[in-house]
Design a binder for this molecule. Sequence first.
Ligand SMILES: NC(=O)c1ccc[n+]([C@@H]2O[C@H](COP(=O)([O-])OP(=O)(O)OC[C@H]3O[C@@H](n4cnc5c(N)ncnc54)[C@H](OP(=O)(O)O)[C@@H]3O)[C@@H](O)[C@H]2O)c1
Length: 290
Amino acid sequence: MYKPLVVITGKNGQLGWELAQLKSLNTFQFDFLFIDKEELDLSNPESIPAFFKQHKPQYFVNCGAYTLVDKAETEKELTRAINATSVGVIAAECAAIGCTLITISTDYVFDGNGTSPYLPNQVTDPLNHYGLTKQEGEQLALQNNPKTIIIRTSWVYSTHANNFVKTMLRLMKEREELKVVSDQVGSPTYAADFAEAIIQMIEQLESGSTHYGIYHYSNSGVISWYDFAVAIKNIAGLSCNVLPIPTTAFPTPAKRPAYSVLDKESIIKDYEIKLIDWKVSLKKCIHELK
Ligand SMILES: NC(=O)c1ccc[n+]([C@@H]2O[C@H](COP(=O)([O-])OP(=O)(O)OC[C@H]3O[C@@H](n4cnc5c(N)ncnc54)[C@H](OP(=O)(O)O)[C@@H]3O)[C@@H](O)[C@H]2O)c1
């Protein structure tokens, strides 16, 4: 029986890994191919056409990215090759075979001066090189393939790979006191929830949906990194003293947006995605980690 092929990059990363874990994948009417840099090195855009010649997917979900936000300030060309140039080539290859591209982007495309949730079509103005290359990747993807869906997300965590939740849990066990910035606000995203949403979108596309363009996804709720850390501490039952600090007290090579809340109405409306409360998902993740 014919099954559309769904290629998913970044299989060793948080989101790609969570997609591979979905138990429901076994029952789907799709074939899945999970890959990472061993199978397709996104730092080498010239290698992409040969991959498409061999595989010819119907859906290409790009979760692979250069995500070291501070290191990106010095590894500029590598970051651009992975996050922008390769995304453009993937989009062009997709267009040539009628493949739908779903590529993941970030709240860091915004400057953070907003005071209400950012709409998908709002002007972007990234503060750091990572955000700039993700913005360039978005533009190339949209230009090169009419069947492109960009999904911007924020503050991603998972039981797998490195992230804020796992770092906090480790530090809170090691230290008596921890300082966390309280003047950057946004919405966390449990990668397992996001993975479910992406599969739901592919199912709807396969059933005839023609909604392309830019979408936003995260868990629901708006918090600061400090609020997030306090919730992690309380859910895990740890005793570390968590203190709020301003961003100015924690300088990093890459600037971060102060406000990066994404408006998610269009993904709810066009793809019937139900958002899950950030705390419900955080509890689930910490429970899984125990
Ligand atoms: N993490 C966040 O807080 C966050 C926030 C907003 C948006 N996003 C976006 O969400 C998407 C998924 O993020 P994530 O948190 O799952 O990222 P992640 O855990 O850092 O995973 C990134 C994946 O990309 C792969 N990769 C890196 N360099 C590559 C290369 N040259 N060729 C092929 N693959 C390469 C990594 O492979 P290795 O593990 O082998 O290096 C890893 O599997 C990304 O587009 C990211 O920009 C993330």
